[in-house]
Write a protein that binds this ligand. Structure first.
Ligand SMILES: [Zn+2]
Length: 313
């Protein structure tokens, strides 16, 4: 199979012919579309200390088995720890994703256990590759914090998670204030109640109940300034993968702010996402062929793409 191999961090992928690695009971899925997640970009930068190249990234995988359309639930969890036993497998103590310790979806085929496959209602693979991981992420975050009738600030609102998450937040009855880059405003405006560019947004936005912090280090201090007393910031992403510092700890204390992390999604969240995506979500993505993967990374890293970058086969 053709695959995009990452042989060292922050370098171009190499398109090579390699053999898929099957483990016991694995089946071979023919990949039709794979989304490029923010998590992939962090790995590419070398932000996951436990991972060593060569790697085949990609966990947002949709394809065919025996000619039938399938989604891949990408988390590989132990099934035995206290979290797995309580249906909180996203917190599994030995959690990894496909595309990390095992070869992922930047390849024509993926070896995967049948248990990880879910039926898709149609063959719109690119739509699923663009929206499933973002919507499952948003569903999980909304189980950690109440958003109904709340003012919710979303950073990175024009990116892959953002542009789909704001649609889900509207479904959940939130009032959405979206922060994004100038060139993505017109797309974000279609869904958000208010759309604002990144610069010093806390001068305009105040007293929000909840923040969906998708960008992380670059915006978190602005976000906290916009957060009301006893408000909650949900940390969903940290795109640069670097340290986050609290610029005004006194403000944080005086306002009794809370920061909680939201870790990916459970299989249940993923199943819920499947029914929502097919009915209610407009997908935003730019498709690339596998041999254009390096162009896709250049475009993503320079913040050009509205929504997801996806690879199609
Ligand atoms: Zn993802």
């Amino acid at each position: 199979m053709k695959a995009a191999l990452l042989t060292s961090f922050q370098r171009e992928f190499q398109i090579l012919d390699i053999d898929p690695k099957l483990e016991m009971d694995d089946v071979l899925l023919n990949v039709k579309a794979t989304g490029i997640c923010g998590r992939d970009l962090v790995i590419w930068k070398g932000g996951f200390a436990n991972l060593k190249p060569p790697l085949i990234l990609g966990h947002e995988i949709f394809g065919e088995l025996d000619g039938l359309p399938k989604a891949v639930y990408p988390a590989l969890n132990c099934g035995n720890c206290e979290y797995c036993r309580s249906n909180m497998e996203n917190l599994c103590t030995s959690l990894s994703f496909l595309g990390e310790n095992r070869f992922g979806g930047y390849a024509e085929q993926v070896a995967i256990s049948r248990d990880s496959l879910l039926d898709l209602p149609d063959r719109d693979y690119e739509k699923y590759a663009a929206t499933m991981c973002p919507i499952a992420t948003a569903i999980h975050a909304c189980k950690l914090v109440d958003v109904e009738d709340k003012k919710v600030l979303v950073t990175g609102a024009g990116g892959g998670v953002g542009i789909h998450a704001i649609q889900y937040l509207k479904l959940k009855g939130a009032k959405v204030i979206a922060i994004t880059s100038e060139h993505k405003l017109k797309f974000v405006e279609k869904y958000a109640d208010q759309a604002i560019t990144e610069k010093a947004f806390s001068k305009i936005v105040k007293n929000v109940d909840v923040v969906f912090e998708i960008v992380g280090s670059a915006t978190i201090n602005e976000s906290l300034r916009a957060l009301k007393r006893q408000g909650t910031l949900v940390l969903i992403g940290n795109l640069e993968g670097n340290e986050i510092s609290l610029q005004r700890p006194a403000l944080f204390i005086m306002r009794e702010h809370r920061i909680i992390g939201s870790a990916a999604y459970t299989k249940q969240d993923f199943k819920e996402a499947l029914s929502i995506v097919s009915r209610y979500i407009d997908p935003y993505y730019t498709p690339y062929r596998l041999d254009q993967i390096n162009d896709a990374y250049r475009d993503l890293l320079s913040n050009k793409i509205v929504g997801r970058g996806i690879i199609y086969f």
